[in-house]
Design a protein around this ligand. Structure first.
Ligand SMILES: [Zn+2]
Length: 83
């Protein structure tokens, strides 16, 4: 482990989300491997990477890791392309 890379990962607690939220994340998915939406995922975990909140899980169908970027309401407007 070194401190020289730029990928700053901050652990977050997926379980802090509401049941509704969790349900949405676990069902409204995009799988790159299957090239299909809403297949569902399991084993969710949540973290922040370089200021972007990401929910990561495994595709229910193929088991590949599926990432969902979360638009955080608190960043309001600063979400779009950084330049
Ligand atoms: Zn898949």
């Amino acid at each position: 482990m070194t401190d020289t890379n730029n990928d700053e990962i901050i652990e977050r607690n997926f379980d802090d989300r509401t049941e509704e939220d969790k349900e949405a994340f676990l069902t409204q998915t995009w799988c790159n491997n299957c090239q299909a939406v809403d297949l569902g995922m399991v084993e969710p975990k949540e973290y922040e990477l370089n200021g972007v909140i990401i929910v990561e899980g495994k595709c229910k169908v193929c088991g590949e890791v599926s990432l969902t970027e979360v638009a955080d309401e608190s960043t309001d407007g600063e979400w779009e392309d950084e330049r």
